[in-house]
Design a protein around this ligand. Structure first.
Ligand SMILES: C[S@@+](CC[C@H](N)C(=O)[O-])C[C@H]1O[C@@H](n2cnc3c(N)ncnc32)[C@H](O)[C@@H]1O
Length: 398
């Protein structure tokens, strides 16, 4: 069955029509004519996958990764960087429009590296083989290299089977020095740890939450800041653009004095605020991340910072007019309605909203824009070769 791709959806898939129904086909681009196999048939729409590219779009390029068409990790490796950046701008603008927000985002900052940028990779181990998942089917796909991951992570992939995990998960994290932290989950004990430690720059191994060797954290450096990151703490995955994010935080807090940092992780954004800030309170749900943040403030000589462990919505009472600025950097699910309501009630002067999910950002902005106006909106290409994008948005009270 032949489909002509006419536009893109918000998940990085091409859109066409087949038998009067809309069809979504991953790894295609407008201008492609493709033969498709239907993978899902619903009342109002179809999903398909490419069987053959009959006529390629003029915009198509050869993806670097041999697994691209089978793997669920990348969505946009078949188009140039400039096409991918305009796709991301168009997508965010379409989401804003859908949420009745009349603002056009015009700027997207490139990542200094388009490949091998990720400092963290989570893999499935099935029958002692390193796998990703195939899109849609979620069938395991055996891999030995990932073009998104840092080379230090890739180097280790061929020897992960030495751990004899059989079935489980492995997360590999690395840092600015190329050190490795291995985080494994499996029923089996880990084999050949000493061999791996001898042959790779491994500084810690954590198995089912227990540290078996070295440390259960990595230290990482961005700009002039140094951070402790425990094995289960969040850290931005692309260090090649993280420094741009920190610069934006610093320049947009030049006139801030009292700052709330909701969803504060290991304290990165609080630490990146302008040195003029007199008081910062961070709120984070992961205990280790809060402990890391309280150490990171000492390492980075920012005594005026304080971090507390809590679910953000349980401490919405901390949002008071004492603070002039609130940084919101929530998980993909966005900010809880209660938190948004309290920000509005307290008339906080400035909101800096950082989001990895434009859908929930659009939803939340829609709730804020009766009291706030967008002053700055920039995209950061935090996740090259994927449909994902980071948004940086500054709102001022009207
Ligand atoms: C996108 S990360 C941002 C972390 C930090 N701002 C940074 O830049 O590294 C979101 C953080 O929110 C935390 N989190 C998730 N749900 C939360 C909740 N309900 N309350 C507070 N923190 C939460 C996560 O553990 C994670 O550290």
């Amino acid at each position: 069955m032949e489909v002509e791709i006419i536009k893109m959806d918000n998940l990085g898939r091409g859109i066409g029509y087949l038998n009067n129904k809309i069809i979504f086909v991953p790894k295609t681009f407008p201008g492609d004519i493709v033969e498709v196999e239907i993978t899902l048939e619903k009342k109002n729409y179809l999903e398909g996958k490419i069987k053959k590219i009959i006529t390629p779009s003029k915009k198509r390029i050869k993806p670097l990764c041999p697994y691209f068409f089978k793997c669920g990790g990348c969505d946009l490796m078949h188009i140039s960087l400039s096409e991918a950046l305009s796709y991301k701008l168009d997508k965010v603008n379409a989401i804003l429009k859908k949420n009745k927000i009349s603002y056009e985002v015009k700027k997207i900052i490139k990542s200094k590296e388009q490949y091998n940028y990720r400092n963290k990779l989570t893999l499935k181990i099935i029958n002692n083989e390193v796998c990703f998942y195939e899109p849609e089917t979620h069938l395991p796909l055996k891999i030995d290299y990932c073009y998104l991951a840092n080379e230090k992570i890739n180097n280790l992939l061929k020897d992960l089977n030495k751990l004899n995990i059989q079935n489980g998960n492995v997360t590999i994290r690395t840092n600015y020095k190329g050190e490795i932290l291995l985080i494994c989950e499996s029923k089996q004990e880990l084999a050949n740890k000493e061999w791996l430690i001898h042959n790779y720059p491994i500084v810690g191994i954590v198995h089912n939450g227990k540290c078996l060797y070295g440390e259960d954290y990595l230290m990482d450096q961005i700009n002039d800041y140094l951070f402790k990151i425990s094995y289960d703490s969040f850290f931005q995955v692309n260090p090649y653009i993280c420094s741009e994010l920190f610069n934006l935080i610093s320049s947009n807090t030049e006139d801030s004095l009292k700052v709330l940092d909701f969803y504060s992780g290991v304290g990165t954004l609080s630490i990146a605020t302008n040195k003029n800030v007199q008081k910062t309170l961070g709120v984070e749900i992961v205990s280790n991340a809060v402990r890391d943040a309280n150490l990171n403030k000492v390492i980075n000589k920012r005594d005026s910072l304080e971090f507390i462990e809590s679910d953000a919505k349980k401490v919405k009472d901390k949002i008071t007019s004492y603070f002039d600025t609130i940084i919101l950097d929530p998980p993909r699910s966005g900010v809880s309605k209660d938190v948004i309501q309290k920000i509005k009630e307290e008339n906080i002067a400035k909101i800096i909203y950082i989001s990895c999910n434009p859908q929930t950002l659009g939803r939340d902005l829609n709730l804020l824009l009766d009291k706030y106006a967008i002053k700055e909106f920039i995209l950061l290409d935090m996740f090259p070769n994927t449909e994902h994008v980071e948004s940086f948005c500054v709102l001022k009270h009207m």
